[in-house]
Design a protein. Sequence first.
Length: 204
Amino acid sequence: STGTAVEPKTRATFPTALDGGRRLLGIGLRKNCVLGMKDINVYAFGVYADDSDVKKLSEKYGMLSVSELKENKELIADVLDQDLCMTVRLQIVYGRLNIRSVRSAFEKSVGSRIKKFSGADNKELLQSFTSLFKDEYKLPRGSVIDLSRERGYVLRTRIDGKEVGRIQSSLLCRSILDLYFGEDPFDRRAKEDIQLGLASILQK
Ligand code: DAO
Ligand code: DAO
């Protein structure tokens, strides 16, 4: 059955299951440091993975214990890389977000990952995504953005449940997921929970 998890600092709530069989692995906070100001909480996020897709990895990892899996870097690399359905749900908590700052934050965060994984800027790929961010969109506090990796490495974007675009790119999917559970994640504690969640699916 579906319950709810609460991000304690922002009180944002996340259903424990989403999009069919996708199960909540961990929740966290994306902050932003504005020069000369305190960190602001921009959004809370929840990371979900399709149960049966994750179990496809059990041939490789099923013999390891939860505590071994919790530390296993290769597991994270496989989950970033492979064709597993996942969703990252963002809930906006900062009340004065404008599309221009979303675009420039995105170019920095996702752009740096695209460069790290491909060794090139891939400006067209970044622009294919940022061109979805129409100036007329509003993201008031409470807005929900779902970024999901669908079968075949399709990145699907929804705002408050309404689909705004689909882009097929394994590099873009991986670069976005890397923000949440890659090497240098937005929230380290969330990454630990996500990895523990993956481990416990593999141990079932
Ligand atoms: O200058 O008012 C400000 C702070 C803006 C912070 C913007 C951070 C944007 C983070 C990306 C949000 C994606 C939905
Ligand atoms: O937090 O730096 C970050 C990147 C978050 C990904 C932002 C995706 C925003 C998509 C929103 C489109 C709305 C116009």
